[in-house]
Ligand binder design. Structure first.
Ligand code: UFG
Length: 327
């Protein structure tokens, strides 16, 4: 069997990756501590419950499954929380990833696909961000991802570990077949929060900052459908299997939507009212993060076919109404 080790396979993006891997003839082996992921989301291959910091368990997992690659999604990923608790982010994300990367390289598994973030670029005065931009992370979350990118470069020199590093912009939407979707407790991401308001589960959505240097004063983000994101991972994996060199790829569409525009689109898709409360900026947020890169399209043949904002919200809405793991 063609096993792929998927850390964070019980989480939002990782579970969608497992689905597409399975559909493409691989067997995804989820490695997850279930701290933020869901057992019910592991539907496409075996689950190994373990910590990234548990070297013995990692070694046993590599020995048992002999994966041809690792897709590394497991991470804490809330910008605001990382500002309040930097130690947690450095320990979990960086120390945990270091243990995983070392275990991977020493097991002789030399293909590594890593989930990084556009937040590594930080604010760059309205320029579209491509992979050649300098990195200026403004939150511990973003710094932790940049550090892991550097660790991967060092292990390429020492062990020949090749990587595809994906810097995601804002991942949204859900499996259009409704099997899996985004589910965080507590939920902090904009689209699911707005949809919870539309559903009547929250009273209002807070807009974090209305005085940014953007057209309507709220933050701009580049939203990309989770199925498009995991499709890129598959293409990245195949590239590594063919012997392709290490490469960094942005995953975004090149179009930025403001917080107010996203809320308006949610009103349209759901047909429900969404009350808002204007509040202060959230520490660690950048004003605008919009991908200017065509590299993934050019070099991987990636086409984000589902990343229309209305469609992403419609998929998220369908999932939110039917698919919660605990309801
Ligand atoms: N926002 C609100 N109100 C909310 C939630 C969010 O106004 O209740 C705003 C945020 O301030 C931000 C935008 O909506 O301007 C998007 O916020 P999210 O929390 O949905 O996403 P982030 O941009 O902070 O972060 C997400 C992922 C990160 C990833 C990053 C890349 O959580 O892992 O996208 O931009 F790195």
């Amino acid at each position: 069997m063609r096993h792929v080790l998927v850390t964070g396979g019980a989480g939002y993006i990782g579970s969608h990756a497992c689905k597409i891997l399975r559909a493409s003839g691989f067997t995804p082996v989820t490695y997850d501590n279930l701290s933020t992921g869901w057992r019910e989301a592991v539907r496409f291959g075996p689950l190994v419950e373990g910590e990234l910091s548990d070297r013995e368990k990692l070694d046993a997992t590599f020995a048992r499954y002999r994966p041809l690659a690792v897709l590394h999604f497991a991470a804490l990923s809330q910008v605001g929380e990382s500002v309040r608790r930097p130690g947690l982010y450095w320990r979990n994300n960086v120390e945990g990833s270091l243990t995983l990367i070392e275990a991977t390289a020493e097991a002789g598994c030399l293909n590594f696909v890593f989930s990084s973030t556009c937040a590594v670029y930080g604010d760059q005065d309205g320029v579209l961000l491509d992979e050649s931009c300098a990195l200026h992370p403004v939150s511990p979350y973003a710094s932790s991802k940049r550090a892991i990118e550097e660790i991967l470069r060092d292990f390429e020199r020492s062990h020949g570990l090749r990587s595809a590093i994906f810097r995601y912009f804002n991942v949204a939407g859900a499996d259009p077949e409704g099997e899996i979707g985004e589910f965080h407790r507590p939920e902090t991401h904009l689209i699911p929060v707005v949809l919870e308001v539309a559903e009547g589960r929250r009273e209002a959505v807070s807009i974090f900052g209305t005085d940014y240097p953007t057209p309507d004063g709220t933050c701009l983000r580049d939203y990309v459908h989770v199925m498009d994101v995991v499709e890129a991972h598959l293409l990245g994996l195949r590239r590594l299997e063919r012997g392709g060199e290490s490469r960094v790829f942005n995953l975004g569409t090149g179009h930025g939507y403001s917080v107010r525009e996203v809320i308006e689109q949610c009103r349209r898709v759901t047909g429900r009212p969404v009350p808002v409360v204007e509040s202060g900026r959230r520490p660690g947020d950048c004003a605008a993060l919009v991908s200017g890169s065509a590299r993934a399209r050019r070099e991987l043949g990636w086409e984000p076919t589902r990343s229309d904002l209305g469609r992403m919200i419609a998929d998220a809405w369908a999932w939110q109404q039917t698919g919660h793991y605990d309801s």
